[in-house]
Design a protein around this ligand. Structure first.
Ligand SMILES: Cc1cc2nc3c(=O)[nH]c(=O)nc-3n(C[C@H](O)[C@H](O)[C@H](O)COP(=O)(O)OP(=O)(O)OC[C@H]3O[C@@H](n4cnc5c(N)ncnc54)[C@H](O)[C@@H]3O)c2cc1C
Length: 451
């Protein structure tokens, strides 16, 4: 592919990890014309989007179609290659790679650390989901306990239902009010028959002949708030036994560094990579880092945004003499001041989201049972949009040059002449500006009084 100055870039870039962060970085670099190779230790690309999120929430053909676009753009995927073990970063340097994007995610489930967590039938949530997404059907028996209350726990318990568990429990150590999972996911889990037990924490997993038979849980109560303001669960010293055939833990994820030869690359006390907050450059100048490996488990869109920023950094890095920082968006956001906003907030933040329909025929299968919005629903959903004023023209600033109409890729901006007005002579400009200032101030005051 030829870049904007008419020649292909020749600097080879290695992306380590084919999750959303790595693929986004590869996309933006390939778009510029760089030769990009993406290495992934899994047999297929996609990271957690393909091997974490279950297909009943995100159909894989949609993702694979997106990944095919990267292939068509010339990105080379080398799957089944674990960097650090099958090939080292130093070997890749020796092969001529000039820059690296390390986007290996947070691929390992945090351990339960209770007696019996090594029994057969005990799984880590993300490892379990990976197996299922790769087509395996692990034997979890008829009764399954899922530990944790986040979105991963919801994906795990709903997957357990699909694997034939007749009784699936979610065991959460705080109360229902603190449950961090998305309410929509909780509702789906309840609809599918999952039972929620609150204020219980695993104390021991009991087995016989090497297999899980029971889980002993400690009953908890809520104590003082922690640093984040959430009340801490405190053990009561009372215990209960629940008969189960399997236990799947979904209490968090950590980075699996494996044998990666990251050398001087620094990690924090949680084992996450450290890098410059603006450029994502690590302590090793040719290695840039991003996605879950840097932030800890977050959302796909954060990883995608991080990949884009890393592509900008790598593009500059491979051309010595370029600054990595100048002109970069520091993404400092301020919360919308709803009290004093000059635009109509209407139903924003108050109207309920539209709910997709449900195809009963697909209930409890690995296909997505949600149905696409009807036209009416799309209209209502769009009506919830915050009228942010982006389409309002500031009459005192617009000089009618029409440049904006040429910039909008969707041809959404149209310029219409509404009055035949010509600027006055230069000498009279201060008076005109003063007139405008008075009018505008009056308008702002009127708007505020009418609120
Ligand atoms: C069960 C689950 C459900 C989720 N649901 C949602 C959701 O609904 N919406 C949402 O926005 N986000 C969701 N997330 C979060 C989202 O998937 C992650 O934030 C995102 O995938 C992180 O992207 P990443 O590219 O940083 O890492 P990952 O997606 O984890 O990708 C990392 C890749 O690096 C590869 N890798 C690791 N080590 C090596 C190595 N040494 N050599 C080569 N390759 C390596 C891995 O195989 C993997 O493919 C979910 C996560 C999970 C686990």
């Amino acid at each position: 592919m030829v870049n904007q100055i008419g020649r292909p870039y020749t600097e080879k870039i290695a992306v380590i990890g084919a999750g959303p962060a790595g693929m986004s970085c590869a996309y933006y670099l390939a778009n510029k014309g760089y030769p990009v190779t993406v290495f992934d230790r899994n047999p297929v690309p996609g990271g957690m989007l393909v091997l974490g999120i279950p297909s009943f929430r995100l159909e894989k053909d949609v993702l694979n179609a997106e990944i095919d676009i990267l292939r068509e753009m010339g990105v080379e995927f080398k799957c089944g290659v674990e960097v650090g073990k099958d090939v080292t970063i130093q070997q890749l340097r020796d092969e001529g790679y000039k820059g690296f994007y390390l986007a290996i995610g947070a691929q390992k489930s945090s351990p339960l650390n209770v007696k019996g967590d090594d029994l057969q039938g005990v799984w880590g949530g993300v490892e379990f989901l990976r197996e299922v997404n790769l087509g395996a059907r692990p034997d979890i028996g008829k009764k399954c306990a899922v530990i944790g209350g986040g979105n991963v726990a919801m994906d795990v318990c709903r997957t357990a239902v699909r694997l034939g568990a007749e009784e699936t429990y979610v065991l959460y150590r705080r109360s229902e009010a603190e449950l961090p999972a998305d309410p929509d996911e909780v509702r789906e889990a309840v609809r599918e028959g999952v039972k929620f037990r609150y204020l219980v924490a695993p104390a021991e997993i009991i087995g016989s002949e090497g297999r899980v038979r029971q889980i002993m849980v400690e009953l908890m109560e809520l104590g003082e708030p922690d640093a984040k303001g959430r009340r801490k669960p405190v053990g009561t010293g009372k215990y209960e036994f629940i008969d189960v055939d399997s236990v799947i833990s979904a209490i968090g994820q950590t980075v699996d560094w494996g044998e990666l030869d990251v050398g001087a690359l620094k990690t924090d006390k949680r084992g996450l990579a450290q890098a410059d907050a603006l450029t994502y450059q690590s302590a090793q100048p040719d290695i840039f880092v991003g996605g879950d490996v840097l932030t800890g488990p977050k959302f796909a869109i954060d990883a995608i945004a991080a990949g884009k920023e890393a592509a900008i950094s790598l593009h500059r890095f491979v051309h010595p003499g370029q600054t990595l920082t100048m002109g970069r968006d520091r993404r400092v956001y301020r919360e919308l001041d709803k009290e004093h906003a000059l635009v109509s907030l209407g139903g924003f933040d108050t109207d309920r989201r539209q709910e997709p329909g449900y195809n009963e025929a697909k209930a409890k299968t690995f296909s997505d049972a949600r149905v696409t919005f009807t036209e009416e629903q799309v209209r209502r959903e769009c009506a919830r949009c915050l009228g942010c004023g982006a389409t309002k023209v500031d009459e005192y600033l617009c000089i009618g040059c029409g440049l904006c109409t040429t910039k909008c890729k969707f041809d959404a901006i149209k310029l219409k002449k509404v009055r035949d007005w010509h600027a006055g002579a230069f000498e009279t400009m201060p008076i005109k500006v003063a007139e405008g200032l008075v009018k505008r101030t009056g308008k702002i005051i009127r708007n505020n009084l009418n609120k």
